[in-house]
Design a protein around this ligand. Structure first.
Ligand code: SF4
Length: 403
């Protein structure tokens, strides 16, 4: 918070110097209020000599009413509005493409500052509308079944760039304003990137999602999904009590090391213990951890894998979400067959688990994570290496039958 005050004071000092020169401060020097949670907005207003309650007013204007023009914030005095214009800004990322699927899925390609492109996907289902939000540009963790991982890591998203995805989606659905139907009922931090590697910005933006003066989404409807950054997961409960999903995908360390390489550092037992501690320490400690399990043909979809998974999770409060692998170029993995998917699911149900199967959505708009942004951002060294390796493997395959 000290950093925020210093930044604001610097802006004010710079401003007074510039006022005498009759110049406007540049946007880069102003504080972007879009990404400040309630507590940080309180500190911001205190730092400019204003009352704390302004924080709730401004939070409401931005995130409930969708107003990003200080002049339109009519319950704020003209003097304060002028001060805000000098010291602060409300800047959003930019939607460069919006794709609507026949099944109601909507995908946003969003350009962040610096030109990188990320994805946000909205998936309607019955009364529920889930927004899948990205936390990083690319990802460093390199899970073998993930398109985003193939792009390499570019940078963390700032809090305003994370909450900006929710703002832009809400705007596109006409959700802002009193008594408007709420289209976004759930948020999952499950888009591009590993959220726990961008801890502060993710926690800040989830707090805005859940705050009553902002989007007011229940903590039972905001989920953070991690592939297992255990030290950060151990700290998570100090800052939030959102729901938790674990990207597991394998029930033994040997296979998980291959699919989710961070497992070599934080193996399954360590991860499940940390996840259990998190859930036990939430105020309503009867919640279940969602286990995400991507089924890949002949890799982790055999019955012995189902048996191993059921045994592993026997004493952990979980529900299991099975996700048929969505093939993409640069991967030799294949989608699980429907028969095998049903056998796998039925076995887990017989063993007493709650199991859901993620149906493929938005096939006509490449809605799987990373597919479209990958095409736009596809310029990292890692991506080039993958391409070269993939093409080499394909060439070997073609040559082999003739030998
Ligand atoms: S699955 Fe998640 S953690 Fe793994 S590479 Fe993809 S985005 Fe990163």
């Amino acid at each position: 918070m000290a950093e925020l005050s210093l930044a604001v004071n610097a802006v004010l000092n710079t401003q007074s110097a510039r006022d005498s020169a009759a110049e406007e401060p540049t946007a880069a020097l102003k504080v972007n209020l879009l990404g400040l949670n309630h507590q940080k907005l309180v500190s911001f207003f205190e730092s400019i000599g204003e009352k704390k309650f302004r924080a709730a007013q401004v939070l409401k204007w931005i995130h409930q009413l969708g107003v990003i023009d200080f002049d339109a914030m009519t319950n704020i005095s003209k003097g304060l509005r002028e001060k805000l214009k000098r010291t602060a800004t409300l800047e959003l990322p930019e939607i460069i493409q919006q794709l609507d699927s026949k099944d109601g899925t909507r995908k946003f390609l969003i350009r962040e500052s610096g030109g990188s492109v990320i994805e946000t996907v909205y998936i309607p289902e019955g009364n529920r509308g889930t927004l899948c939000v990205s936390s990083q540009v690319g990802c460093a963790l390199d899970c073998s079944f993930c398109m985003t991982g193939k792009q390499g890591f570019s940078r963390d998203l700032d809090a305003f760039e994370i909450i900006g995805q929710v703002w832009l989606a809400a705007k596109s659905f006409g959700q802002f304003g009193e008594d408007r139907p709420r289209k976004i009922t759930n948020v999952v931090m499950m888009g591009m990137g590993e959220p726990l590697l961008n801890f502060d910005n993710v926690v800040d933006s989830m707090n805005i999602m859940m705050h009553d003066n902002a989007y007011g989404i229940s903590k039972r409807r905001v989920t953070l999904s991690t592939s297992g950054v255990v030290p950060a997961l151990d700290r998570l409960g100090e800052y939030t009590d959102c729901c938790l999903a674990i990207s597991l995908h394998a029930a033994n360390d040997e296979l998980r090391n291959e699919l989710v390489p961070i497992n070599k550092k934080y193996p399954i037992a360590m991860l499940l213990e940390s996840a259990q501690r998190y859930i036990e320490n939430t105020p309503d400690n009867r919640r279940k951890i969602t286990i995400e399990y991507t089924l890949i043909d002949h890799v982790n979809d055999r019955m012995e894998h189902a048996v191993e998974l059921a045994d592993l999770l026997r004493d952990v409060p979980v529900k299991i979400n099975l996700i048929p692998f969505n093939p993409f170029n640069l991967s030799n993995y294949k989608r699980v067959s429907n028969n095998q998917l049903h056998r796998f699911r039925d076995y887990l149900i017989e063993q007493g688990y709650i199991v859901t199967v993620r149906t493929t959505r938005g096939d006509d708009i490449d809605a799987a994570c990373g597919q479209l942004a990958g095409q736009v951002n596809d310029r990292t060294r890692r991506s080039e290496r993958y391409k070269a390796k993939f093409e080499e493997e394909q060439a070997i395959k073609i040559i082999t039958p003739e030998q």
